[in-house]
Design a protein around this ligand. Sequence first.
Ligand SMILES: [Zn+2]
Length: 421
Amino acid sequence: MGPVTPRMWAAGTLAVLVVGLVVYAAVVVPWHRPPAPRADQVAALKEFPAGQLARARAFHGALRPAGYGSMAIGLVGALLLGLTPLGARLVTLAGRPFGGHWIAQAVLGGLIVVLVVEVVTLPLAAWRHRVVVEYGISTQSWGAWAVDLVKSYAVGAVIGGLALLGFFAVTRAAPRWWWAFGAAGAALVVVLLSFVLPVVVEPIFNKFTPMADGPLRTELMQLAARDGVPVKDVLVADASRRTRAVNAYVSGFGPTRRIVVYDTMLTEATPDEVVSVAAHELGHAKRGDVLTGTIIGALGAAAAVIALYLLGSLGWLLRWAGTDSMGDPRAIALLIALVTIAGLAGGPVQAMVSRRIESRADAHALELTGDPATFEAMQRRLGTVNLSDPDPPAWEYVMSASHPSTVERIAAARAYARGER
Ligand SMILES: [Zn+2]
């Protein structure tokens, strides 16, 4: 037997990571779903006013061409750049004014490859915006929409640029073992982002102010205390400057944990319904769902880096992409294409895991408040204000639904009220 090569170590490590990921998910994801009988779902659906149902379905029908068009064009663009030498050529061009320096190639080249796909799908993003304005969900002018777009490009450019810089610094420093450092680095970045993003990125898009003292604030703080999930503060986000949609979430960990409520929620929903939503969010905090997602993401990112390294031994793939190594900045478009494919393929699995976790948070809300009637009213309200399809087509649900459908959530509340668990 020959010596153990870095490639064999990589394959072994990948196997361990994949097994670890599967075992972790099997143990941590709540595979048991609280009952939400289809008969209750059908009954709940019949109670929706016909006009509202038609309007919600028309809204989603109007969004679909832009959504799927953008997905298809994004995929084709990524494949065209990544599986032909086009992407490598763009990266070379980006580095030329800087004497072909690898840093220019990695950062500018990466940003240009991503920007090309973004620009091509921009008209569809604008179409989407037009639809959400037309249906009264978005309150943003074109100017405000463009500012948000530029802000999110800027955030993406900073994070992406740093990631590419780090990645290619490692591939240059350790040409045979970069997969090990890259995997550890990718896992670390996922952990950092999940702690840093809420604190650093959220304020770029929204202003947060402490909720005024009053019965609702007191009730929310008491609810959290009763749940054994201490929170530092209840904040109100000025979401109404871009949307009519309502939402709430819990962010931060331990002593920095805060309940955040959209200001739209305070005008659209009753205080009891706000409490019901907060109880759902506390369920996430209590079960450490953000941490679960972070660990799954970190293991997945580490595995992805090693898989990319191993795919780099496929000579034909590199030749298609016009490069000679995954560790070369000219492989950026190929890396992005592979990550895009993996993301699309993994989407349904991710959505299913998310739905299970959301069902558990719903069950938590029902138990904590002991008030299924308000929970149901709140789901109805969320569905009405956000124009969600209460019972979306099965294929769309399986492909992308991150939450149980409105009728499922109502059915779960009715089953809970009957004592079914
Ligand atoms: Zn949730």
